[in-house]
Design a protein around this ligand. Structure first.
Ligand code: BES
Ligand code: ZN
Length: 854
């Protein structure tokens, strides 16, 4: 008989408890003897005690390892094995530690440490996975050079650094750059490569490879071009060159995240590197280009300069997201990238920052660090750097970054180190600015205005609602980019950055002949919520005339939100002035098609729910859904006569190219097709589906048809065509759920979990179904509670296999307090059911407890 295990509270780690490791690791030598169920890992590590090491014993992390033998300076030792590692006496002088352990990569479904995916061995060590490979001080401030020997039958045996010899059944690698263990990687498999090379600006030739399973070699060319562009861009813009003879990228099918920046051996979720016109959409191409850049850029921001501890995660992630956004803006369109990022920030980070999971970009405590790879650490972390750059100016930013690379190369750093380079480079005091790193919550900025005698005054009041553990907030430094427009649309004042530092503060503009129209928070200069009483007429004016493209889009977005809110709360019809404005915009050929597509994209239903909640109205997901449908139908009717012409005018001729211009046109064309399908019953979409030679158009046609009569037949045809392509099948699984009507979503998702191609061990497939369920707002929140129940059941089932992916998906419940008491009660039941699961992982336990408590 089994006793119910008492839910022991997992250990909490605190930033304030940081202590350096007592030993320096000089060198690491690893030998891997690969076997699926019994891989042997031999380690030989040179340790030397630091002056301040009072304790001659040392602690090494280790998890799920079978210790075969251990020696110090050649003599066998018997360490004390404890939970999470071992303790051993040491000589008190420099010594060599040797250990042999056994692990079972084939049984590793958590996809952390050494595991197998589609027959190949691969690793994922960030954040704390290396301890599942061997005993080691698995913390980012312990840096060392690694030499690796791999013995295995696979044709390709890879690790970090430069090749150091190979023969039949073995290969050796040496990485000359000291690194923390989380950047260690190993890959072994019968892989094929897409080779190329790059000459750095100092003339060094670097061998480049993308390694894939046989059959995927035709999907590497785009990723390779993205890599070369990234290498060039980092030289041109940040002065950063690559520092090894070889750079390898490997695509794996089973991966918890998108990709990982292991030194010289990046490992990618195959969905984030493999691309072909027939199987990938424009959005896939854009994401692949960005993520290849992101992981490559980590070579300097993350690898050469790493984090002292995991509380400093945004030091590398926020900065690298900021850098990859700059790259995408340079490669594609700056305003379009900015609008896309703000949409994503509001969809993912704002709910986090305003709910039970709120935490600062630099958290001060955690139970499981994997739960803190969040939109706040990443996206808000990047926003904070954007504000810093705006405050100090572009030249000072460059100076500060040069100083950062100069001063901290080879070190494991903190946010304090980061801010100090800005203070030293600019002479600016950043102590108030630092609050952005320590305070959670999205600031509200209330604006009021006053005009008299040619003087125009803007008054701003900032406040941040309490967040878990942080009831009181101090005023922050908020850079507000503001411009002023005349009634005829002329720009009266070009963009100027106002620095809001007080709780309440006014700024006056003199010499204005009449009351201007302000354009505030241009380019979304700070991650705040702007609260300003204004009229739809003024919003329509800005949508038509603002000289800042971001704020032009923002005005349209505000109009869309207002229209939707009045439809939901008052049963009103869609606002006619807004429909007219949209019509004018769609037809304006002088505007970038990508921008027009964004203006035509409605705010998400989840965002409308949040807006209603913020205004004290309990959101009804079904009503929000109905309003979205009515709005789209009305817009389609309004545009009826021009839709066929618009559709034709935005159809891209010639062979498919995944460039930004083509993608923008296709995005607009797709929006128009979905409206057209509401009127023609899917005639045009069916034609497009048949004629499509690329996934973007095929998928757009299928998505439009899913709601029309022939949706099911078309979906079956799509399945028949693509059932052997995993990545396309993920799209198919997700689309079924995303397009399901509110009362059908849970049923559709349930059936898909019973499909022969459903495999919960594959994170991409699990996310395709469960992520789409959580993203189908009215379906997930259907009053029956079936959506909540289905997600909970699947999370419980996945938890024992893959805690990381389970825990991340719990975030679907974070917005639960927005909804009515019946829905809250249903969600509470599910959350408590998850929490009561025997043997629940620390990851999921932490997430669910925080959601329940918040
Ligand atoms: N270092 C991360 C990958 C990672 C995160 C590994 C958490 C283990 C745990 C990598 O650099 C990253 O940030 N990847 C992102 C994509 C990126 C474009 C923001 C990802 O995987 O989603
Ligand atoms: Zn990253």
């Amino acid at each position: 008989m089994k006793d119910a295990a008492p839910a022991t509270a997992p250990e909490t780690f605190y930033l304030k408890d940081y202590k350096p490791f007592g030993f320096e690791v000089e060198t690491v030598e690893l030998t891997f003897k690969l076997a699926p169920n019994s891989t042997r890992v031999l380690s030989k590590i040179r340790f030397s005690p630091q002056d301040n090491a009072a304790d001659p014993r040392f602690f090494l992390h280790g998890e799920a390892l079978k210790l075969i033998s251990a020696k110090i300076d050649g003599a066998p030792v018997t360490p004390e094995l404890i939970a999470g590692g071992l303790i051993c006496d040491t000589p008190g002088t420099p010594f060599t530690w040797e250990a042999e352990v056994e692990i079972a990569p084939a049984a590793n479904t958590a996809l952390e440490g050494l595991y197998m995916s589609s027959g190949m061995y691969c690793t994922q060590c960030e954040a704390e996975g290396f301890r599942k490979i061997t005993y080691y001080p698995d913390r980012p401030d312990v840096m060392s050079t690694f030499s690796v020997r791999i013995e295995g039958d696979e044709t390709v045996l890879l690790s970090n650094g430069n090749p150091a010899g190979s023969g039949e059944g073995w290969a050796e690698w040496h990485d000359p750059w000291p690194k923390p263990a989380y950047l260690f990687a190993l890959v072994a498999g019968d892989l094929v490569n897409h080779p190329d090379h790059f000459t750095t600006r100092s003339g060094k030739d670097v061998e480049l490879n993308i390694w894939v399973r046989p059959g995927d070699e035709g999907k590497c060319a785009f990723g390779m071009e993205a890599l070369k562009k990234s290498m060039k861009w980092d030289e041109d813009v940040y002065g950063r060159e690559y520092d090894l003879d070889i750079f390898n990228i490997v695509a794996v099918d089973d991966f918890n995240m998108g990709a990982m920046e292991n030194k010289g051996l990046n490992i990618f979720n195959s969905s984030c590197v493999l691309a072909s016109p027939e199987t990938s959409t424009d959005a896939n191409f854009e994401r692949i280009e960005a993520i290849i850049a992101h992981e490559y850029f980590h070579n300097w921001t993350g690898n050469r300069i790493t984090c002292r501890d995991w509380f400093q995660l945004c030091l590398k992630e926020g900065l690298t997201v900021f850098r990859d956004a700059q790259f995408t803006a340079d490669m594609r369109s700056e305003p379009v990238k900015r609008i896309e990022d703000v949409i994503a920030l509001r969809a993912r980070q704002f709910p986090e920052d305003n709910g039970p999971l709120a935490h600062p970009p630099r958290p001060e405590q955690f139970q499981e660090i994997n739960n803190f790879y969040t939109a706040t650490v990443y996206e808000k972390g990047a926003e904070v750097i954007g504000m810093l750059k705006r405050l100090v100016g572009d030249d000072n930013y460059d100076k500060a970054l040069d100083l950062y690379f100069d001063r901290h190369d080879g070190q494991a750093c903190t946010i304090e180190d980061w801010l100090r380079v800005f203070e030293d480079a600019t002479g600016r005091d950043l102590s108030q600015f630092k609050l952005w790193y320590s305070q959670a919550g999205t600031p509200r900025v209330k604006v009021s205005e006053d005009y008299a005698d040619g003087s125009y005054t803007l008054t701003f009041e900032q406040s941040t609602p309490p967040t878990p553990g942080q009831p009181d907030k101090a005023p922050r430094v908020i850079p507000l980019a503001v411009g002023l427009l005349a009634a005829n649309g002329d720009e009266l004042r070009a963009t100027e950055v106002l620095e809001l530092i007080e709780a309440k503060q006014s700024f006056t503009f003199d010499g204005l002949a009449s009351k201007p129209v302000p354009s505030i928070l241009r380019e979304f200069s700070a991650p705040v919520i702007l609260e300003r009483e204004t009229t739809n007429a003024e919003r329509a004016f800005l949508l038509a005339h603002d000289t800042d493209p971001f704020n032009r889009w923002e005005a349209g977005n505000a109009l869309a939100t207002e229209t939707r809110v009045t439809m939901v709360t008052e049963g009103a019809a869609p606002d006619g002035a807004y429909l007219d404005a949209l019509e004018k915009l769609v037809r304006d050929d002088t505007l970038d098609p990508a921008f027009r597509a964004l203006v035509l994209s409605p705010p998400s239903q989840s965002e409308i729910a949040q807006t209603l909640h913020d205004r004290g109205v309990t959101p009804d997901p079904q009503k929000i859904y109905d309003a979205a449908e009515t709005f789209a139908q009305t817009l389609a009717q309004q545009l009826e006569t021009s839709l066929p012409r618009l559709y034709a005018a935005t159809t891209v001729d010639g062979p498919y190219q995944p460039d930004a211009n083509g993608a923008g046109l296709r995005a607009l064309n797709g929006r128009i097709l979905s409206l057209l399908t509401r009127l023609d019953g899917g005639e045009q979409a069916a034609r497009q589906y048949q004629a499509a030679d690329n996934m973007t158009q095929q998928y757009a046609a299928l998505a439009a048809l899913m709601k029309a009569e022939n949706g099911e037949r078309q979906s079956q045809a799509f399945f028949d065509q693509w059932q052997n392509d995993r990545l396309v099948m993920d799209k198919w699984f997700a689309l079924q759920v995303a397009c399901a009507a509110p009362d059908a979503a849970a049923k559709v998702a349930t059936d898909l979990t019973r499909h022969t191609l459903f495999d919960m061990k594959n994170p991409n497939r699990f996310r395709a179904v469960m992520g789409a369920l959580a993203g189908n707002h009215a379906g997930f929140h259907h009053a029956s509670g079936a959506g909540y129940q289905l997600l909970a059941e699947n999370l419980i089932a996945l938890d024992s296999l893959n805690p990381q992916t389970t825990a991340r998906m719990c975030a679907a419940f974070q917005t639960w307090k927005r909804y009515d008491s019946a829905r809250q009660a249903s969600i509470r039941v599910e959350l408590e059911r998850i929490l009561a699961t025997e043997g629940l992982s620390r990851d999921t336990h932490e997430m669910v407890s925080r959601i329940l408590q918040g």
